[in-house]
Every structure is written in structure tokens, then in C-alpha cells.
Design a protein. Structure first.
Length: 132
């Protein structure tokens, strides 16, 4: 999902940061303020929060993994902006996905890792020519 575009459309450099978050099958405590906020976001978006325990866990972990990806994506954007030299401008595009309890595609041999909290990051830099 396209999340944000920054800087001007006329920037000669376009940096796309795709961040995909994954999590383990952690059972979040639904009485915690953090989890209550995740559930509220479901409801605010007009979505029905699952009632069955396993589906609730999966839905919360999908939200949690997306939030993790969002935080890492924002951090990387800040680092890249600091590294741009000579006042160079870049259009920043973020793609952020939360895959929840799915196994990351880069895992060679899927194992039941109880502490799996991973983000995959793909960085793409394109330069525009004056014709574009």
C-alpha cells in the first residue's frame, strides 16, 4: 500500500522504501492500552474485529507487524534524508505491509521461531532525466 510521498514531484531522485513486517504467534494482552488502541483502529476503519481467539490473535499480530514496519520505514526515511548531500532533494515513497504470522520469504528453512520479529526492507533509487 502506498503510504506517503514526500518532497516535490520535481525531485530528480525517487527513493522507494518497501518495508514488510512479520511477527510470531505472540499472544498480546488485550487489556493492555497498546492492544486496545490496535482494536480501536480496526473499529475506526469500519472493520469487524474477529471474535474467535485464534483469529483475534492473527488480526492483532498483522496490525502489530504493520506498525513495526511503519516505524522502521520512518526511521530509514529520516536516515536517508540526513545522508542526502549538498541540499539534494528526493521524493520519498513508502510502501508498508504487515504480514502478521506469515513466514518471511527470505527464511531458507521455515522453523517455528517463537521469537520471530522481522522486517524485510527493499530500497529502490531511481533518477529522473529531464524528459520525465
Amino acid at each position: 500500500a502506498l503510504v506517503a510521498q514526500k518532497e516535490t514531484q520535481a525531485s530528480p531522485m525517487v527513493i522507494t522504501i518497501k518495508t514488510v513486517g512479520y511477527t510470531d504467534e505472540i499472544r498480546l494482552k488485550e487489556e493492555s492500552p497498546f492492544v486496545k488502541e490496535l482494536i480501536k483502529k480496526f473499529e475506526d476503519a469500519g472493520e469487524t474485529f474477529p471474535t474467535e481467539a485464534v483469529e483475534r490473535r492473527k488480526a492483532l499480530n498483522a496490525s502489530f507487524s504493520r506498525l513495526r514496519a511503519l516505524i522502521i520505514n520512518e526511521h530509514l526515511k529520516q536516515l536517508l534524508q540526513k545522508r542526502l548531500q549538498n541540499g539534494r532533494q528526493a521524493q520519498m515513497i513508502s510502501e508498508i505491509l504487515g504480514k502478521g504470522e506469515e513466514m518471511p520469504s527470505l527464511v531458507a528453512a521455515p522453523i517455528a521461531d517463537e521469537d520471530r520479529r522481522v522486517c524485510e526492507v527493499t530500497l529502490s533509487i531511481q533518477y529522473r532525466t529531464s524528459n520525465q
